[in-house]
Structure formats: C-alpha cells, structure tokens
Ligand binder design. Structure first.
Ligand code: WT7
Length: 683
C-alpha cells in the first residue's frame, strides 16, 4: 500500500512555488484523498461528475463491475442511467456556463514555422456543430462508425467532436499507418464513412494522404466491403484559405498547388464545400453513459490489432480528472502535448482531457527536429507553455544534440514536465529535469495504456517526491498489485506482473466486436484482476517501477507493436518461409526491430530481397514498423515442441553469449550459426 510518509532520501521535488497554487499540495493530502477514492469511489467520482452537465441523472451504483472470469462475463459500467453529451461538456458548457467562449482552445502551429492559427472555444463549438450537421446530412447516425485518417490539424479535433456530438463512434487511424492498416481497421469496425485530407508535410517530406486513403478504400472494395463516402479536407492545396469561419490567415507557407489529388466524384466529397452550406448550430444527441465514444486500435500479441472501445461518461470523468490533477491544470496555463491525436495520448490529453477543463493547448503538426533541433523550445517560448508533455524517445533524440539548442530559448514559463510511452531511463530523466526544466519543474512520469484511457500510475507534481525512472504511485481510484507466476499477490518490495484489482471510470469496456478476446487478453491469466502485460517492481518505499512488457510486444518510440504482426507481414512475402522478430535496445527509439527470416527453398538472400522485405513491412503496417535489422536465418532456435525461443533470439540480436538455460532447445548448433551471421549494422 501507499506509505504514510514520503521518503526523504534519493528523491526529487519541484519548486516550492508550485505548491502554492496546486490542487494537491502534499503527499499526505494525496494519500488522504487516495484512501477516500478507494473506500468511497461513489463520493469521489460523484464530486468530479458535479462539474459536468447531465441531461438525466444516473441511477444506482456509480461503478458496477465484474473482473472475475470465473464468475461470469467481464463488465464495467459507470453512471448507468445517466445521459449526457461529451462535446456539449467540452464546448457548450465552457462557452455558455463558464463564459470561456473567447478563450483560446488551440494554438495550432504548423510544420513550417510561421504557419499558425488560433481557435477559441466559441469558434470550435461552431465548427463542430457545422461538421456535425455535415455528417448528419451524409446519413451518419448515432452508433455508426466513422474512420478518421488525418494529419495534426484543428479539423481533426473538429471531426472527432462532431462524431461525439451526434453519437457516432470515431475510429481514428494514425496518419503514419499504411493503406493496408487503414483498410484492416475500417473493415474491422465496419465504418460507413472515411474522413481524410489531401496531404501534409512531416518536416521536408510530403505525405500524399489521399493516395493512401484511396488505396485503402480500394482494398476494402476488393475484400467485399465497399465504403461509399470519403470526405477530404484540403489542407495543403489552395482552397484551405476559404475555410468557413476564416478571419484567420490560413496555412500558407507550404501550400502545395501541384499536389496530385485523385478524385472520384462518386465517393469523394469536399470538406469545405460541405461545411459552407451547413448551419453552425446543432443540438447534441443525448447519449447513455455506456454508449460507445470511440474505438482505437492497439497492437495485439496475435498480430491482429484490437479495437479498444471507450464509452462516454467514464472516459470523460477520468480524462478530465487526470488532466486536471496530474498536470495540476490552472486556468491561465498553456499546455502542450506533443503526441499525435492518432494515438491514445492525443485522444485523452490533446482533445478530451484539456477541453473538458477549458484549457488552452498548443496543437503541433511538425517534428521536434524540423527545421532544427530547437523547434520545441522555440514553441515553448512563443506560446509561453507552462505544462509540457512528451515521450522519452523525443527526449533521448534531443539529448543527443546537447544543451545548447535548448538554452537558446528561455523556457521561463515551464512549470510541469511530463513523459509517457515507455520507461524513461534515469539519464534522460536527469537531462529533462536539469537542462529542460532547470531543476524547477517536477516531471510526471505517467504510466498508462490505450486500454486504461488515462494515467493509472503517476506522480502528482506538487505532492509526490520523484524518483527518476519510477511512475511512483497510483492515481485516485486505481488499485495496483504485483502478482507472481502463480497469481499470488506479493507484499512489500517485490517484482512480478502488474495488475489492477478494480476498475476506474476510464478503463476500456471491450474489444470492438470481440468481447471474448477482451476477456482472454486481460482477465484470463489471473481471474479477478485486469492484467496490464507489463512487468513491475515495487521498492522499499512502495514506489512502482515498470520493467517493460512481458508478452510478445515491442515498444518502438513509445508505441506498441506485436512481434506477430511484423512476422506475418514478413512471411507474406513469397521468399520467406518463417520469420521471428525480437526487440533490440536502441538508444533513441527504446527498441528497434531485429528480424530473423528463414527463406523458402532455393531462394538466396541478397540486398534486393532485404529492401523488398523492408518495403513489405512498411506497406503492410506503416513506417513505424520498418525493420532495423534483417538476418538470414537458415534455421531458428526451437524447443522440441517447435516453439521459437525468442529469449535466445533476443540474446543473439544483442550479441550476448550468456544464454541461460537452453536445455529445451532441440538443436543447439542453430544458435552458433546465428551468432556467426549476426547483422552488425542496421539495414
Ligand atoms: C504500454 C502502453 C499510454 C500512452 C502511450 C502508449 C508502456 C506507457 C509508460 C511509462 C513505463 C510505459 C507500457 C504500456 N508505457 N507509459 N510511463 N513507463 N512504460 O500507449 O501503445 O497502449 O502502450 O506503453 O508498456 O503497457 P500504448
């Protein structure tokens, strides 16, 4: 359990200034409220719910659930009986009740320095209503799924909230995913409409998104799933200047008149033309608490992505409360989360959490290294960012360039720094703390997952003494435990499986279309617990330290990939008979992909094949899954029962000779052969 007193040694604190205004000011304060949240969740969450608008009140228990597969179906229900609308709570409530209409919701900063837009809460509300009317006019109804494949533009937020306004379920696919991945996701969630953009720049590189979207729709058609409608936003081409409520200057620096956008008049619709004719008033659809809000795909260890489903009320309360307390949000903050909205971090901590609080955020389209490695700090100074949230991989990347590019800018406005995505190595933590935050800003190392909806283990900036590399303690309402292999709860300092004993409002409700997979993946191994799939250590002071995945998942730049997914992309190539993929530690990305391929009879390995395999994986999954190493493996190390010993392959990838127990290996000569033919350089 949580200690009564915080440790005094080997810990770091933020400045005393923060404590003066903070919501949670001390460790004792945290502990007291934590106990209340566990002993009386109805009261704790009931207080959070008071800030929001409910069309009808909930009946019965605040949180009702079953986490034990042996007792029947797994379920979580929050505020059953209540009805509300999340876009109403994020927009109308802030504009009309809280009088925040003129407050900036987003400072949009484009890829190219100087491309910028400001959107207030009132404007955002109007644009969401307009686009909600557009969706309705295209026949989208409550419960329908809408796929969104867009760059980091304000219209992405508009599109997702327009879906939420009419009770449609958005399924956002990160714009870095391939056409194949988009097709798979559209089909799995049976989307009736796709929203995309012409294209965008990532640094110097032009991405012709519409081409990829078209390719995906063609693949859907070929597989017998025709999708009739595709709304395209002109982001790069000229017409962007005509956006409806446009007193603002549009993105212009990198306008791209030559972009070849294929157009199929039977399917394609122009965002701007549709919006021009639409009213900017739209009565929200009142949704039940447990109505679906969105689906977001995350890698699964079988290789097929899982459609993680979140529902309206619990997700709203949880993202709002975590945003407020973990970043210690204050009304005059300027908050910036560098994630892409295509991932859960962007859903929860660019769109839903910040807007629920009426916060002002930076929405950044570009890269930390473009046009140079000072870009982040330039933006921090430009908008006087107070709370900054990024990933360890970005920190390690920038760290390579030393402190000079950071110190070119003042960063005086910064108060709280955050990280998410993977364990942060203490060296990167120290650099973030000392150089970026100048020992003034606490770092909130937030552990969570697509499945958890929001932060579950995290420091609170003015209350929790920090230990570099530890996600510290549970958020309110969250009850972690560490189990051994036999499923026994370990007490005190220990290491094992990280699980949660009871739900919190933001936990996922099901895998879309496959409830059984939800139960098997998260609840079957240890009945009665939600199993995260992460290993965890608890130290003598009760601090939690995530040790990494214990399933066949890789974490590349803070994003999960399943080894099975990459392997199946490789074996689809006719030259490949079998493939095994493992992670190899990488100084910036966290892990890189090391792929062993056994070729079909008669095929010889050469550079051309290597390039083809790399391309194949990119096309199947996306650039994030591009193999870093491919090794020709005439045979793979297997147990006598035929199971590939990935543990051994991981050692080979790192050139570590200490293999541990390999007595179950069927043919040990295979291992020596693989060591001899290791790849030393990345492909
Ligand atoms: C996995 C979830 C949650 C948004 C980004 C990733 C790892 C995440 C931390 C952290 C150690 C972390 C875990 C987790 N992870 N944050 N602060 N410390 N590990 O979402 O793709 O669903 O990945 O990311 O392994 O299970 P995701």
């Amino acid at each position: 359990m949580i200690p009564d007193k915080a440790p005094k040694e080997d810990v770091f604190h933020g400045s005393e200034d923060l404590k003066k205004e903070a919501h949670i000011t001390s460790f004792e304060n945290y502990k007291e409220l934590y106990m209340k949240s566990i002993e009386n969740p109805d009261e704790f969450w009931g207080d959070v719910a008071k800030d929001f608008f409910w069309k009808t009140k909930h009946t019965g228990q605040f949180l009702d659930y079953n986490f034990d597969v042996t007792k029947g179906e797994i379920f979580v229900k929050c505020m059953e009986g209540a009805s509300t609308n999340i876009s109403y709570n994020l927009l109308d409530r802030n504009v009309h009740e809280r009088k925040l209409g003129d407050k900036v919701a987003f400072y949009w900063e484009g890829n190219e320095p100087g491309d910028e837009l400001t959107v207030t809460y009132r404007e955002l509300l109007q644009r969401v209503c307009q686009f909600a009317n557009v969706l309705k006019s295209q026949g989208v109804k409550k419960g329908d799924r809408v796929s969104i494949y867009m760059p980091m533009v304000v219209e992405l937020v508009v599109a997702m909230l327009a879906c939420a306004r009419i009770g449609a379920v958005h399924s956002i696919v990160f714009a870095g995913f391939s056409a194949e991945s988009l097709c798979e996701r559209i089909m799995d969630s049976q989307c009736s409409l796709l929203i995309t953009a012409d294209g965008f720049y990532r640094g110097d590189k032009l991405i012709n998104l519409k081409l990829l979207a078209d390719e995906a729709l063609q693949k859907c058609r070929d597989k017998g799933f025709p999708i009739e409608k595709c709304i395209m936003l002109k982001h790069l081409s000229k017409e962007a200047e005509e956006t409806s409520l446009g007193s603002q200057s549009p993105p212009a620096k990198r306008s791209c008149p030559d972009l070849q956008v294929p157009w199929n008049p039977e399917v394609d619709l122009c965002w701007h033309a549709l919006v021009r004719g639409a009213s900017d008033e739209c009565e929200p659809e009142w949704c039940g608490s447990e109505d679906p809000l969105f689906i977001l795909y995350t890698s699964g260890s079988t290789g097929k992505p899982k459609g993680v489903l979140h529902t309206v009320s619990g997700y709203m309360l949880y993202t709002a409360a975590t945003f407020k307390l973990v970043f210690d949000y204050q009304l005059d903050d300027v908050y910036w989360c560098t994630a892409d909205i295509g991932w859960i971090t962007g859903h929860s901590y660019i769109t839903y959490g910040p807007l629920a609080n009426g916060a002002t955020s930076v929405l950044f389209e570009g890269l930390p290294t473009y046009p140079d490695v000072s870009r982040m700090w330039e933006i921090v100074d430009k908008y006087h960012v107070t709370k900054f949230y990024t990933a360890p991989t970005a920190i390690r990347l920038l760290m390579k360039y030393g402190s000079e590019p950071v110190q070119k800018y003042k960063r005086e406005s910064l108060k709280v720094l955050g990280t998410v995505g993977e364990p942060i190595n203490p060296e990167a933590w120290q650099w973030y703390y000392n150089v970026v935050g100048e020992r003034r800003c606490p770092i909130v190392d937030t552990f969570w997952q697509t499945e958890t909806g929001g932060h579950v283990l995290t420091p609170l900036p003015a209350a929790t003494p920090m230990k570099p590399g530890s996600a510290t303690f549970p958020f309110f309402g969250v009850v972690p435990a560490i189990l051994n292999e036999s499923g026994e709860e370990l007490e005190g300092p220990s290491e094992g499986y990280l699980v949660f004993k009871q739900p919190w409002p933001g936990v996922m409700r099901t895998v879309y279309g496959n409830h059984q997979r939800f139960e098997t993946t998260y609840f079957k191994k240890f009945p009665g617990y939600y199993v995260t799939g992460d290993g965890c250590r608890r130290d003598k002071d009760g601090y939690y330290w995530i040790t990494g995945r214990i399933d066949d998942m890789l974490n590349v730049s803070g994003h999960l990939l399943s080894t099975a997914e990459v392997e199946s992309a490789l074996v689809e190539h006719e030259a490949v008979a079998e493939a095994a993929v493992v992670g190899r530690p990488h100084p910036v990305k966290g892990e890189s992909l090391y792929c062993f391929v056994t070729l079909a009879d008669g095929v010889t390995y050469n550079r051309t094949l290597e390039a083809e395999l790399k391309k194949q994986v990119r096309e199947k999954i996306g650039a994030i899954a591009t193999p870093d190493y491919i090794q020709n493996a005439p045979a793979l190390p297997k147990t006598r029962s035929g199971k590939i010993m990935r543990r051994v392959l991981r050692k080979i990838a790192c050139d570590e000779r200490d293999l541990g127990d390999i007595s179950t290996l069927a043919d040990s000569s295979v291992v020596e052969q693989l060591f001899q033919n290791r790849c030393c350089t990345a492909v």
